[in-house]
Ligand binder design. Structure first.
Ligand code: NAP
Length: 478
């Protein structure tokens, strides 16, 4: 039974790429699954001078193609009935009067969700204008897309501006990795299974690896990417969130602030990186031409002397009792050998000399498959007592029957339902920036050029050496 409140979802950036590719198709999925209040309205807004019929035509051509499952014309037509459109330019205060009028005209609305799927440079003005027309009351939630700023200062500024008009409990900061079931699954995996949590610490775990690898290069986004780089694009947000999920202490409860407090403690315990640490423990690199692909510096719209990293590997350390001395290796890059997102826990192999060289591993794969797999040693058949490894795999897509929602659908439903735990809190986001800022600042001054790696490889030799120094190796080399 659907107990969801009657909502008004005001979608800024409704004509944009994210709305057409992800937000509208995922709202359709929630609608088709009967998970949206039948009265809930979607109010698309953007600068384009369209009426509702014109916007629906655009959705028909640009969003419908991205619905890959559960599609029927009948369901689609009933979904379209929820949708209206209004032209609102964020920079035109008067447009917000029309918006407020339209929203307030609906007397039975319980919650208003304002989703800002626009460039972050608009967040300040959008929030100020929403407040000016009274669209910041207790029943209003505001959703901020990433990236929230480009460094600590700009992020703090946006957060402070938004906080002038909205309480923290009204603000939903998106990191779509937090919508991934395979990441959230780490919490029950650890705390609902008696055999994981007791070994989830430095006494049993030798190292942790977190990888987000892409096979694609910068494609059409070279200009954006060159101003951003892998550290800002992936590490500051997704990778540090993954690290928090692996490393957090047991949260007091599963409620929003308890989960976020537990993650915050991890971010605060990350060992700050000094310039000397960065030189040794942080590797930046760019891909070079190989396998028919251009090198990064040859890509269209990339300056030939660019130092922007398309790859970064970091050895991070968490200074608390649970993790002291356990390296957390993070790496991400473009034009790598495979597309994957995964977390690998390598357990110690020196605990029992009856069976030497029997390294246990737990691998949480979030992409391309959603699996939890572990390597367990069993007896080799025959007269010997040799141990041999076998893989045990839980495929999340097949382990449980029923529909699996995409990250954006889950996040949209969470915000409509008013649950905050899958969104970043202000202090979390700023703590993550605080940790990466010294790297950005050091690189900006460093005379040392980025390392290089061949397109289609697993990254630079320097990243292999980073682990080899500790007698460790990346998963593909184990
Ligand atoms: P986009 O394709 O460039 O679309 C921008 C949207 O903003 C358009 O609907 C545009 O409306 C609207 N807009 C621009 N100026 C405006 C103004 N003055 N007043 C009102 N609306 C205005 O951008 P996008 O790719 O959808 O990205 C939107 C946000 O999501 C950005 O913050 C981006 O960083 C984030 N994001 C996007 C992706 C993705 O895959 N696309 C992934 C992660 C995060 P008009 O078309 O009517 O001008």
């Amino acid at each position: 039974m659907n107990k969801q409140t009657n909502f008004d979802l005001v979608l800024f950036g409704a004509t944009g790429d994210l709305a057409m590719r992800k937000l509208i198709p995922n709202l359709y999925q929630a609608h088709a699954a009967g998970l949206l209040n039948p009265e809930g309205r979607i109010l698309g807004v953007s600068r384009s001078k369209l009426d509702t019929a014109g916007f629906l035509r655009q959705i028909e051509s640009d969003a419908k193609v991205h619905i890959k499952k559960n599609f029927s014309e009948e369901m689609w037509n009933s979904f379209l009935k929820r949708i209206q459109y209004l032209t609102v330019d964020v920079t035109h205060r008067a447009d917000f009067d029309k918006l407020a009028e339209l929203v307030k005209a609906r007397k039975n609305t319980e919650n208003v969700i304002v989703y800002l799927s626009t460039a972050p440079t608009f967040f300040t003005q959008a929030c100020a204008n929403l407040a000016a027309v009274g669209l910041n009351g207790k029943n209003v939630r505001v959703v901020l897309e990433k990236p929230l700023g480009t460094d600590l200062k700009s992020s703090q500024k946006i957060n402070a501006d938004v906080a002038e008009h909205f309480e923290e409990s009204q603000v939903y900061r998106i990191d779509h990795y937090l919508g991934k079931e395979s990441l959230q699954n780490l919490i029950p995996l650890r705390f609902a299974n008696v055999f994981f949590e007791p070994v989830w610490n430095k006494d049993f775990i030798k190292s942790v690896q977190i990888t987000i690898a892409e096979q694609l290069g910068v494609e059409e986004r070279a200009e954006f990417y060159d101003a951003t780089g892998a550290l800002r694009d992936m590490v500051q947000n997704h990778m540090l969130q993954m690290l928090c999920f692996v490393a957090m202490e047991r949260p007091k409860s599963l409620a929003g602030d308890d989960m976020r407090d537990a993650k915050m403690k991890v971010l605060k315990a990350l060992k700050p990186l000094s310039p000397a640490d960065i030189d040794v423990n942080v590797i930046r690199a760019q891909y070079t031409a190989a396998e028919g692909h251009a090198g990064y510096l040859e890509e269209h719209n990339v300056p030939a002397d660019s130092r922007t990293e398309t790859y970064v590997a970091i050895k991070a350390e968490i200074e608390n009792e649970r993790w002291q001395g356990v390296p957390f290796y993070l790496r991400t890059g473009k034009r790598l050998a495979a597309k994957t997102a995964e977390i690998v826990l390598n357990f110690r192999e020196d605990l029992d000399d009856l069976f030497p060289n029997t390294p246990n591993r737990l691998i949480v794969n979030m992409q391309p498959r959603e699996t939890v797999s572990t390597c367990v040693f069993i007896k080799e058949p025959g007269s010997s007592m040799n141990a041999m490894p076998v893989e045990m795999v839980i495929d999340l897509a097949h382990a449980v029957e029923g529909r699996r929602a995409e990250a954006y659908e889950l996040l949209l439903r969470e915000v409509i339902d008013g649950r905050l735990s899958r969104f970043n809190r202000r202090d979390e986001l700023e703590a993550a920036w605080e940790w990466v800022m010294p790297i950005m600042e050091h690189w900006a001054k460093s005379p040392v050029a980025p390392h290089q790696y061949a397109a289609g490889s697993w990254g630079p030799q320097a990243a292999r050496d980073l682990l080899a120094k500790d007698n460790n190796a990346w998963l593909e080399d184990q």
